[in-house]
Design a protein around this ligand. Structure first.
Ligand code: AMP
Ligand code: ZN
Ligand code: FE
Ligand code: FE
Length: 285
């Protein structure tokens, strides 16, 4: 009898705002009995080469990925995952450079505001915390937590960093169209991440958004995710069936920056190997 096999198609490393190195994420995937992994750092593929090399060494199937934040009206968030992108793509390199510049433009403003609010924090500390080129709010949150300004990462967002909080500044984003085009042009397949975060008012609005993305080349929808309860899993399954979209799933693991989320587990659900196989199959077409 074949044993069941599970994967994780959404996770972050130190290349963006996770706390494990790409190789460590791969090693954890093996210890968590996963058979395949996709690394989906925000705005960068800097971690992909290290993860791919480690995966090859330990015999884990691996897909390069990325997660892009697209323009979307407040209070929603639209994140697009890209799978199977070519790490050498020039268009990818140029766009990720622009996105990282957008972050570099935003972060000093956050730090300046925090200092006005009486928080002792410097840009140097934040850069050291981030390690890589992608500096995100979870890095700032980790420092606020360590220094005792807040009792959790969550509180750092609620009190300072979330949209609407006093030290919030938005970063430059791509339009959904640009994000999907960039992923296609760099050889990847675009997938709508955690649709619950769109914060749509009703199913008709959600349907329209997915339909519009489909017209722009959307290939899949994330069904399992740490934010998705049974209702959202079902909504996404219906959309996948209706629009013939690939189904994906992942934990959105960030190491201790989201300590409550274990690799391989999306709100109690594991992600079936078939999702990975179907994604890979549609890439080679
Ligand atoms: P940034 O890339 O700097 O915009 O930060 C995005 C990261 O912050 C993602 O990993 C989000 O999941 C995380 N994040 C956003 N809002 C919150 C929140 N309210 N609590 C905890 N993490 C959050
Ligand atoms: Zn993140
Ligand atoms: Fe996301
Ligand atoms: Fe993510």
């Amino acid at each position: 009898m074949p044993t069941e096999s599970f994967v994780d198609l959404h996770c972050h490393s130190t290349a963006s705002d996770g706390t494990l190195s790409p190789a460590e994420v791969v090693q954890l995937a093996v210890r968590s009995n996963l058979s395949a992994l996709a690394l989906t750092d925000h705005d960068t593929i800097d971690g992909v080469a290290e993860a791919a090399a480690e995966a090859k060494k330990v015999g884990l199937d691996f897909l390069p990925g990325i997660e892009i934040s697209a323009e979307f009206p407040h209070p929603g968030n639209m994140h697009i995952l890209g799978y199977g992108i070519d790490p050498h793509s020039a268009i990818l390199k140029s766009l990720t450079t622009t996105l990282i510049a957008g972050r570099d433009n935003r972060n000093p403003r956050i730090i300046a505001r925090l200092r006005e609010l009486g928080v002792a924090i410097t840009m140097e500390e934040v850069e050291k915390e981030a390690g890589g080129s992608v500096v995100g709010r979870p890095h700032i949150a980790a420092i606020l937590h360590r220094k005792g300004y807040v009792s959790s990462i969550k509180e750092a967002f609620n009190k300072y960093l979330a949209a609407g909080a006093p030290a919030y500044f938005d970063k430059e984003r791509l339009s959904p169209k640009q994000a999907l085009e960039m992923i296609h042009q760099s050889g990847g397949l675009p997938v709508l991440a955690h649709a619950i975060q769109l914060r749509t008012d009703n199913d008709a609005q959600l349907d329209r958004i997915v339909k519009d993305l489909l017209d722009l080349g959307l290939a899949g929808i994330e069904v399992y995710h740490s934010d998705h309860n049974a209702e959202w899993i079902s909504k996404c399954e219906h959309l996948a069936a209706r629009y013939k979209l690939l189904k994906t799933g992942g934990s959105d693991f960030h190491g201790t920056n989201k300590a409550h989320i274990p690799l391989g587990i999306a709100r109690g659900h594991r992600v079936p190997r078939e999702f990975f196989d179907a994604l890979v199959a549609s890439m080679s077409r």
